[in-house]
Design a binder for this molecule. Structure first.
Ligand SMILES: *[C@@H]1O[C@H](CO)[C@@H](O)[C@H](O)[C@H]1NC(C)=O
Ligand SMILES: *[C@@H]1O[C@H](CO)[C@@H](O)[C@H](O)[C@H]1NC(C)=O
Ligand SMILES: *[C@@H]1O[C@H](CO)[C@@H](O)[C@H](O)[C@H]1NC(C)=O
Ligand SMILES: *[C@@H]1O[C@H](CO)[C@@H](O)[C@H](O)[C@H]1NC(C)=O
Ligand SMILES: *[C@@H]1O[C@H](CO)[C@@H](O)[C@H](O)[C@H]1NC(C)=O
Ligand SMILES: *[C@@H]1O[C@H](CO)[C@@H](O)[C@H](O)[C@H]1NC(C)=O
Ligand SMILES: *[C@@H]1O[C@H](CO)[C@@H](O)[C@H](O)[C@H]1NC(C)=O
Ligand SMILES: *[C@@H]1O[C@H](CO)[C@@H](O)[C@H](O)[C@H]1NC(C)=O
Ligand SMILES: *[C@@H]1O[C@H](CO)[C@@H](O)[C@H](O)[C@H]1NC(C)=O
Length: 790
């Protein structure tokens, strides 16, 4: 049995790296010799003690996928260097090579000119390119007497990240300068607006935005910079070299197990190690007189801006009024910010393209009533607000002692007033809610629009928006009808679902259901925007999700690499939160009944949103179990009591969540896992591995073994608890959330799961490629309807 499992697993891993049949560069190797090539199917080049690795790395989604030759930290995947910042390459075709002339270059078939990383003045025969344990990728000339000379090193071409022993500064002999440049956007590595430089004369670090100084670290004294928080420099030892040859700055860590690196983001934040910890916040520098935190004063602040005016991120429903565009793909966030800042009629901006480049400027007047602020749908818009003084204070300890009582008192007063405000606001909210409910009862059916922000669209408009329901616009087939992409006259993109004519529901029930769905507002649920009723035709209009659905990524060899463990874990948490809301916190208890990977849509930031409420059933919060003789759902995700007896409850959704969880961890469909002799599905397979304590073998090979073991174990454990045979044994969504977010041990142990043995037979002869792209088990991934006798 074990042997067969092992064989299966091996076969699967093999398939999942579709093209892994011959691994050219042995993973244990850290070097390229003349004549060697390295491409995306070679996986990685690891430094000797596997601290860093080099690979072709893809980022982005759909139309905006960018591929770079990247050096990453094996500790947490942080990208510390890219070899082709200016020009993205093709993931499947790009080749890095070192040839017999000593030329180190990246090429791919459709590219006319190779990207030359290094080319010696005269051809050199004996070279070697090595990824060192410092994270430096070096090209050396090997001499016959056994010594080497350095020809080229990645450390001489820093990108956005500074790691120990890497230099900033200038080489006086060659004139070469070492400086960091931020990325243009979070997916485009092209040098962006911000640079981090070493100023030898002042002995300080400086961040510039398009050449203009916005932040200074203050002079280096006693191995400390005044304007950098102590926690960010705690274990660092700075070294300054200043002589005729060079003027440079670098750092090392005094604690080897605590290596630090600094990374300059596209918005001007200099963070260390983890994204939310900062060395410097140049994004908070607006040029006012206040120089706290290292921000610098500018001369040219427009008269209409007053101290405290800052841009704050809001998630807003897009409003296309008084909007202007800048379609330049070479500019991004901070350029838009600067442009909006100096235009007195601009009070907000957003990114324009999927890759984060370009700008949209909002020219709104003081009244902002028409903007729907909320936790749902919307786009990130940066709105101008006055927040008083927001620059954090980072002073030496002496000043802190003096300042802290003052701050404490201020904070106390602030907290008290915030509390007062919150109570007042809450009262208002409750009153508002009551008022809303009253008017809902009064005016029901009169106008869905006013109460729920739900648009009732004209049929002709819907027809025009979808190009007469053309097949080009068709996004897919949902539970109860096809879904189309549509563009409203305002330019807003929406998903339009045309309910099948045969659906027996009447207009009254339809409106009723619409009102209910409208009330479901949660960031992890797809937002309904409007509807349209025309004769027999019932149409729902949803927000459009640019990144398609989870299955599009999860079950595809190439795209699954875009979902690293952190993303997967945050998707899991998002789905769980959405489901908890449906089960517990919405006005009515909602049982989704068709939770599966293809019903989890992803927004532009890959946040999950549960979609397709076509089969959802709603109950008052007291009722919980129901029975139906119409079983709808998807094989593989249906709980046993529901599939066999038609009994459904919140625990049926919990079952589906469990299956989904295991699919996210493993990157495989529940139903795709099969073997003629041992008809185990994924759930059964996981159980076997769990029993043998080998559950880590389950983890998706696309993760390249980079994941948090504790989190993975937690997810598998929860997954198994969710798929238990008896509904009562399965955890509730509240239990699941608390297990997911806590760090403590999980008390309950899973029992042998339901549907342990695959119940369906497939006669197809599956080829490896098909299995890998997930196109084979199509029959099981669509929603089915069947009648049971009860
Ligand atoms: C990538 O490397 C593999 C293994 O060496 C090789 O079979 C394949 O042809 C290479 N692909 C390209 C595009 O060079
Ligand atoms: C190495 O690559 C360079 C640049 O593409 C090319 O000019 C040179 O002829 C190549 N040398 C060999 C030995 O292939
Ligand atoms: C360069 O190296 C190759 C392979 O080792 C060898 O055949 C060739 O003779 C060398 N050429 C020179 C000029 O050293
Ligand atoms: C080794 O050879 C190189 C080039 O031939 C020369 O520059 C270097 O000085 C030599 N080193 C020693 C230790 O002989
Ligand atoms: C180094 O850092 C690790 C991890 O934070 C810590 O456990 C250890 O005590 C530190 N060692 C020293 C010498 O500070
Ligand atoms: C900022 O400082 C400059 C020079 O010290 C001064 O002229 C200006 O009035 C100050 N502005 C504000 C708003 O305090
Ligand atoms: C963007 O940058 C590229 C390369 O630097 C340049 O060729 C192009 O003209 C620029 N586009 C605009 C709109 O400035
Ligand atoms: C749009 O701008 C016009 C004049 O430029 C103004 O009258 C109108 O109020 C603005 N609309 C909004 C929604 O701010
Ligand atoms: C509204 O904004 C426009 C420019 O977009 C400006 O011309 C107009 O004076 C503003 N109106 C008010 C009432 O502020």
């Amino acid at each position: 049995m074990r042997l067969i499992l092992h064989k299966l697993l091996l076969a699967f891993m093999h398939l999942c790296f579709c093209f892994s049949s011959s691994i050219h560069v042995d993973a244990a190797h850290d070097s390229l010799n003349p004549g060697d090539t390295f491409n995306s199917s070679s996986h990685q080049l690891y430094s000797k003690s596997r601290k860093y690795f080099l690979q072709f790395y893809s980022v982005g989604a759909l139309d905006s996928i960018f591929t770079y030759l990247a050096i990453q930290s094996a500790y947490d995947n942080t990208i510390i260097w890219e070899g082709n910042r200016e020009q993205s390459v093709d993931w499947s075709d790009a080749v890095l090579s070192l040839n017999f002339s000593g030329v180190l270059k990246i090429e791919y078939p459709s590219m006319k000119q190779p990207i030359i990383l290094y080319s010696p003045p005269q051809p050199i025969n004996n070279t070697v390119a090595t990824l060192l344990d410092t994270g430096n990728f070096v090209l050396q000339h090997l001499h016959s007497n056994g010594t080497n000379t350095l020809l080229w090193q990645s450390f001489d071409y820093p990108t956005h990240t500074l790691i120990p022993t890497m230099k900033l500064g200038v080489n006086h002999k060659t004139g070469h300068r070492w400086l960091l440049f931020s990325q243009l956007t979070n997916v485009r590595a092209t040098p962006g607006a911000f640079s981090l430089e070493w100023e030898p004369r002042e002995q300080e670090l400086v961040i510039r935005r398009r050449g203009k100084v916005c932040w200074k670290s203050g002079k280096l004294r006693n191995n400390r910079f005044e304007n950098i928080p102590e926690e960010a420099q705690g274990v660092l030892k700075y070294s300054i070299v200043s002589n005729g040859d060079e003027d440079t700055f670098s750092f090392t860590s005094t604690n080897e197990s605590h290596t630090r690196w600094w990374s300059l983001s596209d918005s001007g934040r200099l963070s260390y190690n983890y994204n939310e910890r900062y060395v410097a916040r140049a994004d908070l520098c607006y040029g006012y007189n206040n120089t706290d935190g290292g921000c610098q004063r500018w001369q040219d602040i427009p008269k209409c801006r007053i101290p405290g005016d800052v841009f704050t991120k809001k998630n807003l429903r897009n409003n296309y009024q008084n909007l202007t565009f800048d379609n330049n793909k070479n500019i991004s966030y901070s350029d838009c910010e600067a442009a909006c800042w100096s235009d007195c009629y601009c009070n907000g901006f957003a990114q324009n393209f999927d890759d984060g480049s370009g700008c949209r400027f909002y020219h709104w007047n003081s009244s902002k009533d028409y903007i729907v602020d909320g936790t749902v749908s919307g786009q990130d818009i940066f709105l101008l607000e006055n927040k008083g003084n927001i620059i954090p204070h980072h002073h030496g300890t002496k000043r802190w002692i003096w300042i802290s009582p003052v701050i404490a008192t201020t904070l106390l007063i602030l907290c008290a007033s915030i509390l007062c405000l919150a109570i007042k606001k809450r009262k208002q909210v409750i009153q508002e809610k009551k008022r809303k409910e009253m008017s809902l009862i009064e005016h029901f059916g009169n106008d869905l629009n006013k109460k729920n922000g739900l648009k009732v669209l004209d049929y002709t408009l819907v027809v025009a928006a979808t190009n007469e329901f053309s097949s080009e616009n068709k996004l897919g087939q949902g539970g109860f009808g096809p879904v189309y992409k549509g563009t409203l006259p305002t330019g807003e993109e929406v998903a339009i679902k045309r309910l099948a004519r045969s659906s027996a529901q009447g207009i009254v029930e339809f409106k009723n259901e619409l009102t209910l769905i409208c009330e479901l507002q949660h960031m992890n649920l797809v937002q309904l925007l409007g509807c349209c009723i025309h004769e027999e035709e019932k149409i729902l209009i949803y927000e459009y999700m640019p990144n398609k659905s989870l299955d599009f990524y999860l079950f595809d060899c190439t795209r699954s690499k875009l979902l690293d463990w952190n993303k997967r874990f945050s998707i899991i948490q998002g789905i769980a939160q959405g489901l908890l809301y449906l089960h517990k916190y919405s006005r009515l208890k909602v049982i989704h009944r068709d939770l599966k990977a293809s019903n989890i849509l992803l927004d532009e930031n890959m946040n999950p949103k549960i979609s397709d409420f076509g089969m959802a059933r709603m109950f008052t919060q007291q009722d919980s179990i129901s029975n139906t003789n119409r079983v709808v759902g998807t094989y593989g995700y249906m709980s046993p009591e529901y599939a066999m007896e038609g009994v459904f409850s919140t625990k049926s959704d919990v079952y589906s969540l469990g299956v989904l969880l295991l699919e996210i961890v493993s990157g495989r469909k529940n139903t795709s896992f099969y073997d003629d002799d041992h008809p185990l599905n994924l759930v059964g397979h996981v159980w076997e591995l769990w029993k043998d304590d080998k559950y880590f073998e389950l983890v998706d090979p696309s993760l390249n073994e980079v994941f948090d073991h504790e989190e993975v174990q937690r997810c598998i454990h929860i997954g198994l608890l969710c798929v238990e045979h008896y509904a009562n044994d399965r955890p509730t969504m509240s239990d699941i959330i608390s297990i997911l977010t806590s760090k403590g041990p999980i008390v309950s142990l899973p029992q042998k799961p339901a549907f342990y043995i695959q119940r369906y037979n497939y006669n197809e002869n599956l080829s490896s490629l098909e299995l890998c792209t997930g196109s084979t088990v199509e029959i099981t991934s669509s929603t089915v309807e069947m009648t049971t006798s009860t």
